[in-house]
Design a protein around this ligand. Sequence first.
Ligand code: GLA
Length: 732
Amino acid sequence: MNKINSKGLLTGAIIALNVLCNVSFTKAQDVIIPIETKDNALVLQVTDEKLLNMVYFGSKLSEKNEYANIAKIYKFGGSIGTYNNAYTTAGTRNLMEPAIAVTHADGNKSLELKYINHTVTKINDDVSLLSISLKDSVYDFEVTLNYQTYYNEDVTEQWSVIKHHEKKDVVLNKYASANLCIRAGSYWLKHYHGDWVKEMTPEEEQLNHGIKTLDSKLGSRTDLFQPPVFMVSLNKSATEDEGEVMYGNLEWSGNFRIDFEVDPANNLRLIAGINNFAADYNLKAGVEFATPKFVYTLTNKGKGEASRNLQTWARKYKIVDGNGSRLTLLNNWESTYFDFNEEKLAGLLKDTKKLGVDLFLLDDGWFGNKYPRNGDHAGLGDWEANKAKLPHDIAFLTKEAKANDVKFGIWVEPEMVNPKSELYEKHPDWVIKQPQRPEIYMRNQLVLDLSNPKVQDFVFGIVDNLFVKNPDLAYIKWDCNSVIFNAYSAYEKNQSNFYTDYVLGLYKVLDRLRAKYPKVPLMLCSGGGGRVDYGALKYFTEYWPSDNTEPIERVFMQWEYSYFYPAITSSNHVTDWGKQPIKFRVDVAMMGKLGFDVVIGKLKPAELAFCQAAVNTYKQFSEEIWHGDQYRLQDPRENDVASIMYVDPAKTTAIMFNYLVNNRYGAGSNMPIRLKGLNPDKMYTISEVNVFPGTRSTITEATYTGKFLMTIGLNPDVRENRASVLIAVKGN
Ligand code: GLA
């Protein structure tokens, strides 16, 4: 049992149920709040002036009373005082970049938050919630800082809840989710940039003094240029298996801002939250504003361990049905684009069965009558089946699917509208656009105003009607192809609430859908990976990483996504992009959630036979890929051969994926690759799987100890005419 001692110090690994700690202390700095997980502690401390500071984030100490000594050793401040406030305010003594800045009802801009008390709620054996209450001493304004810990995963979600009882609205000029202060010799930030088909391009740099900001102002499809994920290595750049590294992800599908400031005292001040650009938020008295959660993990065992922590947490607690199964599928986007009819689709449903996958996914182009969706310039918003293409409605397809013993899924892009649509004609006020300026389009479309409850009902209705009318509908691909230009809402009284309310409106719709359809698989797509974050993934079973399915590109891209998201969420489709043979393309797509978007009728007999067998092999190893631990063995950016493996939690079976990523003469794997994550004492039989019909494996089936495979390794013999090799590792 854990206790809070007389000095307010929390002791014990797992904290007591609903404990309220009042400020009955003699000296404020005696209140030390260590937030412990399996390996780490984040420590907060109250100063004499009752300000809350963050004094530590690192490996747990064995003697908990020593947390009180940390602030004596670490010097956080400089000539103007301390810089390590746990939620830095503006307008009073703190002159550093604030986490929160407000304009009170009377126009005053000062805020100073003082510690009142904290409560700890044990949610289950793994999860605890620490809530710290802070109040301004002049204004009736309060903030609760929440730290929800996932003990075994070493993961914390942090957010704040802001409330006031002033006479009129208070304007939140900045309202971050988290403000961390980290102490190390140097800081190495790895972050990502990109564009359409170039998602998740990494860059790593040493942070120097000043502020480095990762942000987005795109409104929707917000991750197009920069996603809200990053990692920070402490003291030196962490490797896969060594070094101290923290991963972070803001769980928000709108404009975000993450500041990394190396301050004058060499602390790293990290502030993550909704982007306050054009987004002063008007908060009514008595209403609670909860910021999005900022999730982070820290480890001193390198990048691999950090991502396994986050992946396990995501499967267990965040994504929909993380411990469940996924549907393999055939999609028609690249095989038909907008050009199809019932007959063609009936053929594709037969192909779905022939291929052996679970579901046929009908993509864009099935709707619109006055303005048929025969291209991307018209029809978005008019969600009735196009009578020329589908005279018997969607029901024809669900019936055909049943007859072929496969499932049926459909594409929607419910947040959007083409100006050429009946929806636009009927409800121009539902569209985000500046009333006095020309419209600006991305992909010939505009975004609907989800801050408006009527629009929320409409968007919910699109998806709900599909399920109500077609109870056999088994899957939805939810797209979002445009950013928000000309941000203006005809509904909002206060325009500066718009960006934030848009996302809250989207979440309201998704909450309603999930309440009614808790488990139905939903793919999160946004013109590729324009909206991948844990705020959205809470509602989805999987995401579409990119429209770029060129398989070499995919090896690199899936590698980077894998640091933050589990393989079960990565929708990988085999397409005709790239010059590689079908085996290579399938082998790459199998390293996640397998799908196809090729013309089955155009495959040669051996290619079809290979794909059919690969679907079976995939099903045999889906437990390892979907729910296992992932180990990155060889980085494509540093080696000719990229290698990655998945081991089931009991360490009985593993699968190793190897890909040639260099075209130079003689490139390949002439060195063995060390496996990871096996039981050293166990015997494992290795053999090659997914061998193309008519070719022979050069790998001789053999049995080794886990220790041998992890110390000496094995050579998958990857070279020009064996450009991708899958090795099964089966425990005896
Ligand atoms: C987006 C998606 C594609 C496809 C098209 C359809 O670009 O990323 O996969 O669904 O829309 O218009």
